[in-house]
Write a protein that binds this ligand. Structure first.
Ligand code: FAD
Ligand code: ZN
Length: 228
């Protein structure tokens, strides 16, 4: 069976995001996948990139440089335990699913902090080992998120612009940079503002998509996909 890591960022299990998470765990488990969930709020995951992430002596204690220090610490096995645990989960996964509500055209800070702290140099990418050469090659990713705004607002020429614009930093800037292939995003628009019936439909659509997920081809993650 395939290994899936779901990194989940919602405070409330009864939320729409909570329901999407539950569906993914159930459906993928049913398929024989082994599913791991990082429930970031429940874990009280530390989102701040600080010197606490380095155990022991700093490489340069005169002037702190987070990128350099975490890179050096990774090489000597000196990253903090919570970061190492997440890196192990990433290392083992065939597919990374990120499940979250859109916050300010972006992911919630706790999830951004997960990206900042877990995907360190030496582990996820390295000098000249980025994009197609990134160190997490062979893995897939999928951004599954909800919005407050409607699909109409997030279309090209509308007030919020094409939803793909917000996916550029997440899918291309982070996942593709680390060598991870990107599946089509899964977007549930405005679950708070639609009928109960529509909500049920959106949840069913997610179950249906997951049934054939492993047959999907990754997107062509190039600037054109986002901005053309
Ligand atoms: P919920 O409110 O939890 O769910 C919606 C409804 O679905 C609820 O009534 C819930 O009971 C119901 N529900 C849950 N499970 C089920 C089920 N199984 N069956 C049927 N119904 C169910 N939006 C944007 O578009 N752009 C932004 O930039 C943006 N920035 C934001 C910044 C902040 C700080 C915040 C707090 C919000 C922002 N939002 C933005 C809005 C945010 O994206 C939405 O509020 C969020 O995506 C809604 O998802 P939810 O899971 O929290 O919904
Ligand atoms: Zn890309």
């Amino acid at each position: 069976g395939k290994k899936v890591l779901i990194v989940y960022a919602h405070q409330e299990p009864k939320s729409f995001n909570g329901s999407l998470l539950k569906i993914a765990v159930e459906e993928l488990t049913k398929q024989g996948c082994s599913v791991t969930v990082s429930d970031l709020y429940a874990m009280q995951f530390e989102p701040r990139a600080t010197r606490n992430d380095i155990v022991g002596r700093l490489h340069n204690s005169e002037a702190f440089n987070y990128g350099v220090e975490t890179w050096e610490a990774y090489k000597r096995g000196g990253l903090s335990r919570d970061v190492v645990e997440e890196q192990k989960k990433v290392q083992e996964a065939d597919l990374l699913i990120f499940q979250f509500p859109l916050f300010w055209f972006n992911m919630p800070a706790i999830l951004k902090g997960w990206m900042d702290r877990v995907l360190v140099q030496g582990f996820a990418y390295d000098l000249s080992k980025a994009y197609d050469g990134g160190l997490l090659q062979g893995k897939l990713s999928l951004f599954s998120f909800t919005t407050g705004g409607s699909q109409e607002m997030y279309s090209k020429g509308s007030i919020s612009g094409d939803i793909r614009y917000v996916l550029w930093p997440m899918q291309h800037g982070i996942m593709h940079f680390c060598g991870v292939k990107v599946l089509e995003p899964h977007i549930c628009y405005a679950p708070e503002n639609v009928s109960e019936e529509k909500r049920k439909e959106m949840l069913t659509a997610w179950t249906q998509r997951l049934k054939t997920l492993w047959k999907e081809e990754p997107i062509d993650c190039s600037p054109e996909w986002y901005f053309k």
